[in-house]
Design a protein around this ligand. Structure first.
Ligand SMILES: [Zn+2]
Length: 374
């Protein structure tokens, strides 16, 4: 289905700062301090995606929009009062880190409310039929954030905030959230773990982040039993493994669940050049996965599909991965050729390695064969 694709972005989101050496890399001690950005989420991967959308001409084919910051009623549908009050206070006082690996600078709360607002506006416009599909260039990301604690660069749960706003304001029913960020979507999982109206699926590198977690046995509880699926892939999984995971596990689960809206938590850090993970996806992998989700949304829920940007830390390759996604989402094709594709195609695993990865996926497909029929 063609139609209007909305694109939601805001200059302020690029101003969010996590500091230069934000995470686990040692500073000083026995090793020379890093000379640049090390282990940090910088604005440049996302800003360069924005630039490529402009220079490629793709932006001219999209309906461009900003968004209002979310308000207290949006926040408190998902987050605890205690967490929000502390976040607001520390942000006013100059910034800090009130969770696990989720630092922010002065004004971080206000920027996070704009980032979540982009996801909310994208979802609201799709639900109201103002656009057919939508892409929200959110920063900071959201999928690690719990209801009461920030985590992994994520300080507000952007997608649950947007979903719950759409439920309150547009009567949205069943939602399927597919998270292909290379790290586990633990925040989204925890918020919806006992809910039967929201299917959460995460495709991620095993044991990557949260460290040591793969989650295959965590399948939801209570009314949410069977509505949480973790597709844990071994490091080095590339194009063949990702396509197989989508075809053999994600699509059957979506067909059983029959969602009213499909949301993709679209981290781009499964890309082969990403410094925060060890996977081998290419721009063609992301193009194919997006195309499959467009077709699934057309078949299952009137085309309603919202893609929300999560992680992705390679300044070099994120713009080309994001362009492929937004081309597939909008049905447009620019003349841009991904200059890294030849290299990363040649780096794909050999046949016997792929067979090992597909064995894992086949086993998971059997495990999840009866899930998500709610
Ligand atoms: Zn990630």
């Amino acid at each position: 289905m063609t139609g209007i694709t909305g694109f939601y972005s805001d200059e302020w989101t690029f101003w969010h700062s996590v500091g230069l050496q934000a995470l686990f890399l040692p500073i000083g001690g026995f090793v020379q301090p890093p000379s640049g950005v090390a282990g940090a989420d910088t604005p440049d991967s996302k800003r360069r995606l924005w630039s490529l959308l402009r220079t490629s001409g793709l932006m001219d084919k999209l309906k461009l929009a900003g968004a209002a910051a979310i308000d207290d009623s949006d926040l408190y549908r998902v987050h605890t009062q205690r967490y929000i009050e502390e976040f607001r206070q520390v942000s006013k006082a100059g910034g800090g880190d009130i969770g696990d690996f989720a630092p922010f600078s002065a004004g971080g709360f206000d920027i996070a409310c704009i980032s979540a607002g982009l996801a909310k506006a994208a979802m609201s416009d799709v639900m109201a039929g103002r656009v057919n599909r939508a892409y929200a260039l959110c920063r900071p990301a959201g999928h690690h954030c719990l209801s009461d604690r920030s985590m992994g660069f994520c300080v507000l749960a952007n997608i649950p905030i947007a979903v719950e706003a759409a439920r309150a304001e547009h009567g949205l029913g069943k939602v399927a959230i597919l998270d292909w960020d290379v790290h586990h979507g633990n925040g989204t999982q925890s918020i919806y773990y006992d809910r039967g109206d929201t299917l959460t699926i995460s495709i991620h590198q095993e044991n990557c982040f949260p460290p040591g977690y793969s989650g295959v046995d965590d399948r939801g509880s209570g009314e949410g039993a069977g509505a949480n699926i973790n597709i844990s892939l071994p490091p080095g999984s590339g194009d063949a493994a990702y396509r197989a995971a989508i075809d053999q596990i994600v699509l059957p689960a979506l067909d059983r669940f029959q969602p009213d809206l499909i949301v993709v938590a679209s981290g781009l850090d499964a890309g082969a050049a990403d410094p925060m993970a060890r996977m081998l996806a290419t721009s063609e992998t992301f193009r194919a996965m997006t195309q499959t989700m467009v077709e699934a949304a057309d078949r299952l829920c009137g085309g309603r599909l919202v893609v929300v940007h999560e992680g992705g830390y390679s300044e070099a390759s994120v713009p080309f991965l994001g362009l492929a996604i937004i081309e597939a989402l909008s049905g447009e094709r620019t003349e841009v050729v991904d200059p890294t594709l030849g290299i990363f195609d040649a780096q794909q695993p050999q046949a016997d390695t792929v067979r090992f990865q597909l064995d894992r996926i086949n086993a998971l497909a059997r495990t999840f064969a009866d899930t998500a029929a709610l």
